[in-house]
Design a protein around this ligand. Structure first.
Ligand SMILES: NC(=O)c1ccc[n+]([C@@H]2O[C@H](COP(=O)([O-])OP(=O)(O)OC[C@H]3O[C@@H](n4cnc5c(N)ncnc54)[C@H](OP(=O)(O)O)[C@@H]3O)[C@@H](O)[C@H]2O)c1
Length: 375
């Protein structure tokens, strides 16, 4: 029985993780559940799965008898009883949980991108010092992990991340200026939470994935590329010295990488097998970095490192929130991020409190920028 502490249980990834636990009750159970605001959904999950402990970061909830209610500040206790810490919280909030899970010495299944984007140095230091098994959940990084025979330290010559291209791949600048939140939330192939769906439309998400790949596979930015693949069947590729490339294929369904992160190298029945003749053909197109500045902003911040990726992410979280609320246009997401990056000097990333301070300051900057330049 694998006991899972699931952080972000009420979100898109969290709910799909619960589906897997429902499907294999003899293999998995929840030792702890945590979420941000949705206390009612947390209550329902607690009643169904009866974890030992549960925590609601910002909302209120009443757990059923037998489930210990943890208070804010007691997050470390979520990891006391687990075999795997599954970090599926959204945003910068995920970093703290990842660091606490690493401190507790637990295996980490990492869906939260911001942990490595903002805190890559801190997380990887803890992972190395404590010999933590850090397993990617993101479909692209899971694909790379599979192609590397489940070894993050395996040799390769290049990593290539695939991108659907989002809903606006063929849009001109003028068309991009007119897109609405509803347009951007209509992702062509994946069904995900709102923030990552908008990040897929701006291609910021692919920039995040480049940074994640740099940390996960301890490589250089120059060895990581991206290609557009609208069908989202090839989830990423690894090139080797001899010119060979390995790819991992599957229908776009996050339950496959979620499940594999829990059981690897063992595989459990999950998706239907690929029907290649029914697919007909697979398409690969150039990556349109010049029309989607968020991608380059992310990669540049990642290359600069230190506190700058935290500035990038904080500004992005504020800007996406404002875009979803109809307060700024689509191109203003990149504009807000660019201005925030220009306003903060780089410092070495030294500690979580320092990054939390940077996050708060960059959010204040972005909120101010949005209120003076928005609609
Ligand atoms: N969705 C995907 O297919 C996908 C694929 C790859 C990677 N990811 C990454 O996985 C993460 C989650 O994505 P998602 O799409 O599942 O997001 P989502 O649907 O927006 O869910 C976010 C989850 O985080 C929880 N949360 C927020 N603040 C929290 C806090 N302070 N403490 C504990 N939990 C907190 C939310 O709780 P409440 O709802 O209760 O507020 C919710 O359960 C993101 O980093 C995303 O980039 C997602």
């Amino acid at each position: 029985m694998i006991r899972i502490a699931l952080i972000g249980c009420t979100g898109s990834i969290g709910r799909q993780t619960a589906d897997i636990v429902r499907r294999y009750p003899e293999k998995f159970s929840f030792s702890a559940l945590a979420c941000g605001r949705d206390g009612a959904a947390l209550e329902a999950l607690c009643a169904e799965f009866m974890p030992a402990a549960a925590l609601c970061g910002e909302g209120s909830f009443t757990p059923p008898a037998g489930v210990t209610k943890l208070a804010k500040g007691e997050e470390a206790r979520l990891f006391e009883d687990c075999d795997v810490a599954f970090i599926a919280a959204g945003g910068f909030a995920g970093l703290r949980y990842t660091l606490l899970a690493a401190e507790a010495g637990k295996k980490i299944a990492l869906a939260n991108k911001e942990s490595l984007v903002c805190g890559g140095e801190l997380v990887m230091r803890a992972v190395r010092e404590r010999g933590i098994d850090l397993v990617p959940v993101d479909s692209e990084h899971s694909a790379l992990f599979q192609c590397l025979a489940f070894r993050r330290d395996a040799a390769f010559s290049r990593l290539v991340l695939t991108a659907s291209g989002g809903p606006f791949y063929r849009f001109t600048q003028a068309e991009l200026a007119r897109v609405t939140a509803a347009d951007a939330l209509r992702h062509p192939t994946w069904n995900m939470g709102a923030k990552i769906t908008i990040d897929s439309a701006t291609l910021l998400n692919k920039g995040y994935e480049v940074i994640e790949a740099k940390w996960l596979y301890e490589t250089e930015f120059d060895k990581i590329g991206a290609v557009v693949h609208p069908e989202s069947i090839v989830h990423s590729l690894v090139y080797f010295e001899d010119g060979a490339a390995l790819a991992q294929l599957g229908y776009p369904d996050m339950r496959v990488p979620i499940q594999l992160a829990l059981t690897y190298p063992e595989r459990l029945p999950c998706e239907k097998p690929l029907d290649l003749p029914a697919l007909g053909k697979l398409t690969f197109l150039p990556f349109p970095a010049e029309r989607f500045p968020c991608f380059s902003l992310a990669v540049e911040a990642g290359r600069a490192g230190g506190t700058l990726p935290t500035v990038l992410n904080a500004a992005a979280e504020e800007a996406v929130h404002a875009f979803l609320g109809g307060r700024i246009t689509f191109p203003m997401i990149a504009e807000t991020i660019g201005c925030a990056l220009g306003a903060f000097p780089r410092a070495e990333a030294e500690s979580y409190p320092q990054l939390a301070e940077t996050d708060a300051a960059a959010r204040r900057f972005a909120a101010q920028y949005i209120s003076s330049h928005g609609k």
